[in-house]
Ligand binder design. Structure first.
Ligand code: CAA
Length: 259
């Protein structure tokens, strides 16, 4: 499957879909074709019934050190407006299955923005996160100012975004940006272990829980509660709800089908 891609490697095993950024020589700098490939791979996994959870990581010593600066250095504002490239990034937010990011080394600029598109982030202890765009005379353009602020609040986001400084995994953990800080050599193993655990859960529940949590970020509590309730009711139309509850009553392990 990965043959059709130039900038990423895509594999599938045991109910998990793996996407690895694959430009290690330039610390996985994200160029435009890589974004198109990412969107294609994520959407393909989203439609693939045998994949329950998607894991995103980077090859080499970085997750991703940002958007490809060489590619955009000579761009003009009108070029960018006409190119409208960030609508492709927007599609990442519509992926229905859980995405776990495994971050080692640098997650900077667009690389950090890509990490923030994940639902859960596991990072190696040596990971560093930052928005260095300010040092280039620009600013984040793929959601950094919005997603980070919603995640950690205005004061902390301001510090991160205005300074352009890199922050450690310990800081990111303390501020609630990542879920786990893990010794480097165990990062992939631990991430996979957690992904495998999620893959045993009923897929429709995972899907609607993810959707409902996302709704909470952007809506009033009332609107969010209504949304949650509808999704809760919807799950009672699934075979997995009957299976899950019957298995509990019959004191056996459930066998979920994703239906
Ligand atoms: N774009 C293009 N190439 C990049 C890159 C990027 N974002 N980040 C690293 N590279 C390349 C370097 O140019 C270098 O290539 P060469 O070997 O051909 O010279 C290679 O990757 C290795 O990098 P370094 O030699 O610089 O490695 P280092 O360990 O000394 O430093 C680093 C690592 C601190 C991450 C440094 O590479 C760096 O500062 N990179 C740029 C980070 C950055 O500014 N990111 C934001 C980009 S803008 C953006 O992302 C906009 C947006 O919101 C969409």
């Amino acid at each position: 499957m990965s043959k059709e891609y130039e900038y990423i490697v895509v594999t599938e095993r045991d109910g998990l879909g793996f996407i690895e950024l694959n430009r290690p020589k330039v610390l996985n700098a994200i160029n435009r074709p890589m974004v198109s490939e990412l969107v294609h791979a994520f959407e393909a996994f989203d439609r693939n019934d045998s994949v329950k959870v998607i894991v995103l990581s980077g090859k080499g010593r970085a997750f991703a050190a940002g958007a490809d600066i060489d590619e955009m250095a000579e761009d003009g504002a009108i070029d960018l407006e006409l190119l409208n490239q960030f609508t492709e990034w927007d599609r990442l937010a519509w992926i229905k299955k859980p995405i776990i990011g495994a971050v080692q080394g640098f997650a900077l600029g667009g690389g950090f923005e890509l990490a923030l598109c994940c639902d859960l982030l596991f990072a190696s202890e040596d990971a560093s996160f930052g928005f260095p765009e300010v040092n280039l005379g620009v600013m984040p353009g793929a959601g950094g100012t919005q997603r980070l602020t919603k995640l950690i609040g205005k004061s902390r986001a301001m510090e991160w975004l205005l300074s352009g400084d890199m922050f450690t995994a310990t800081q990111a953990l303390e501020w609630g940006v990542i879920n786990r800080s893990i010794p480097k050599e165990l990062l992939i193993e631990e991430t996979e272990r957690f992904a495998r655990k999620l893959a045993t859960k009923p897929p429709l529940s995972l899907r609607l829980i993810k959707e409902s949590v996302h709704k909470a970020v952007d809506s009033s509590i009332y609107e969010g509660m209504q949304y949650e309730r509808k999704n809760f009711y919807l799950l009672f139309a699934s075979e997995d709800q009957k299976e899950g509850m019957n298995a509990f009553v019959e004191k056996r392990k459930p066998d979920f089908k994703g239906k």
